[in-house]
Design a protein around this ligand. Structure first.
Ligand SMILES: [Zn+2]
Length: 242
């Protein structure tokens, strides 16, 4: 078949589709959304599959206990996750505290650190950048690296219709927390002290450090730097005089 003919056929199909999409845009409605964040407790272990190649393996308990979903504080969980120091023992403590990550397959330990980096980056971006990372169609229809597909079910609770989003494990809960933050227009910023990895929620525009202690440390650092520069200048002058 002629290639040009095929290309023409494809274009006319796409034009028709675009017209239909314009005629029938998706409906937008405002209803409360609920994220019941609860996770089953599991046994986690970290294994070396090859030299320096570590994976996390989680096993759900087969008895009724393995099906119990434990509610937790997602903002505390995210704080704990983001402050993990890339150590396997810390990761294991985290997983033993919160439970199911969300995969029956072994998960490379490096995946956890990549997600940590991605969430830290996402939180400090503006709404558009954050939205793109979370979106299913970030760039030319491709999903963003933080895009997760949730199942939303309709429920009628306390005299109101609601959509309830089910999360399956820690990973989904972490992504859901970033979505919730974006929907609630929360802003974050990196701490201004060089070497400090913390981020903090921007409530007052002028706040630059994650804690008063960190601000004092930074002020002392700057004072010492200025003193060092002054001393270097004086030494330079003396050397020129001699
Ligand atoms: Zn800090």
């Amino acid at each position: 078949m002629d290639l040009r003919y095929l290309a023409k056929l494809y274009k006319s199909e796409m034009d028709l589709l675009a017209r239909e999409r314009r005629q029938h845009p998706p409906q937008e409605i405002l209803v409360p959304m609920k994220f019941p964040l609860s996770i089953p407790k599991v046994k986690s272990e970290i294994l070396e599959v090859k030299k320096d190649d570590w994976v996390v393996r989680q096993v759900k308990e087969k008895s009724w206990k393995g099906h119990i979903l434990h509610p937790f504080d997602v903002s505390q969980m995210r704080k704990d996750f983001l402050s993990l120091k890339h150590q396997k023992s810390e990761l294991l403590t985290f997983l033993n505290k919160y439970g199911w990550w969300g995969s029956d397959e072994p998960i490379p330990v490096s995946d956890f650190w990549e997600l940590q980096e991605l969430i830290l980056t996402a939180l400090c971006l503006g709404p558009k950048g954050r939205g793109q990372l979370l979106s299913r169609r970030m760039f030319k229809g491709l999903p963003g690296p933080l895009s997760v597909q949730f199942v939303a079910s309709f429920q009628y609770e306390d005299g109101k219709p609601k959509f309830v989003i089910e999360t399956e494990g820690c990973m989904h809960a972490l992504v859901a927390s970033v979505q919730i933050d974006l929907a609630q227009e929360r802003k974050y910023r990196h701490c201004a002290r060089p070497g400090c990895e913390e981020i903090f929620e921007v409530k007052k525009r002028e706040k630059t450090h994650h804690s008063p202690h960190c601000q004092t440390l930074h002020a002392m650092q700057r004072y010492r730097d200025r003193k060092r520069q002054r001393m270097a200048k004086i030494k330079g002058r003396k050397a020129r005089v001699e």
